[in-house]
Design a protein around this ligand. Sequence first.
Ligand SMILES: NC(=O)c1ccc[n+]([C@@H]2O[C@H](COP(=O)([O-])OP(=O)(O)OC[C@H]3O[C@@H](n4cnc5c(N)ncnc54)[C@H](OP(=O)(O)O)[C@@H]3O)[C@@H](O)[C@H]2O)c1
Length: 316
Amino acid sequence: MQPVRKRPLGKTSLEVSELGLGTWGLSGDGYGPVVLPEVDRVLDRAVASGVNLFDTADVYGRGAMEKKLGARLPKDKTYVVTKIGTDLEASPAQKRFDPSYLRVAFERSRERLDRSPLDVVLLHNPTEHALAKTETVAFMKELEERGLVRAWGVSVGSVEVGRAAIRAGARVIELAYNVFFAKDLHALSADVKEHGTGVLARSVLAHGLLTGHWSPEREFYAGDHRADRWNSKELAQRIQQLDALRPFAKAEDVGTLRSVALRFVLANQLVSSAIVGPRSVAQFDQLEREAGEPPYLKDTVMVELAARLKAVGVEV
Ligand SMILES: NC(=O)c1ccc[n+]([C@@H]2O[C@H](COP(=O)([O-])OP(=O)(O)OC[C@H]3O[C@@H](n4cnc5c(N)ncnc54)[C@H](OP(=O)(O)O)[C@@H]3O)[C@@H](O)[C@H]2O)c1
């Protein structure tokens, strides 16, 4: 087995595995239920394979996923990224980034993860307005200055929030980045380079779409966020656009669309870790195998890929 390749997480002191394990899907939120023994097996398999980065949030499973990671991961060889800023006790749940709330949320995460310091704590999808509050950023910086976290950062949902986060001093940003949705990171590239920000790329498979296995009639169960993500026309269009990528999957060393998707993300040296979201050991094994090795996708392939995508209306 190849040793897991690592990359620096920006200017933090952490060296993280190129593939990180996301735990939203494993928590049962987002994609529907997962049997508990399989969750344990995926976590154990990831650790055994040398994955040292685990991505979670205080809301996944209403805290249950943090608790699971706290109990199951070997603390001497893993890092956990968690996210705070969603008050589930409010009715309805609301985003809160005021220090009085963040302090309580941070303490709860620390207790559940049972680590000190926490490795990486991100604000969970704040708006630009929330991030503009100096007391919010000051609170996160203070956590780092007091040695309570190794690095703070922001999970971002737009270029504007990403730019604001980087310029406010976030050491790490997490954002959606995949072959169908690359424009945010590309727009942020100059800022990321200038500030040496660590980048965690999520939704590498566009929630499974990029595996290329779906039929246009695919329906999602209630409780699966994908039921609300695309209407049937959009889904059919997305599936058709995958044809632009299929020739690249035919290359001998690539083989599948999943591999094209993974390699596209790993080929970007600004990405510290691709946070994948397998929900079974079989899926994890496929991802690990198909990630391939450097240079992942040659420059000439990247150029051709961007041109083919542009021709079907996808801007890379
Ligand atoms: N705002 C945020 O901070 C935020 C938002 C989203 C995600 N995240 C993090 O990023 C992680 C990954 O995000 P994501 O769920 O959007 O990721 P993704 O990797 O794009 O999609 C995950 C889905 O892809 C499918 N899949 C995974 N491995 C597969 C394989 N080998 N073969 C076929 N299908 C496969 C599974 O769906 P099927 O049910 O179709 O098998 C799985 O639920 C999350 O777990 C979470 O930790 C963070």
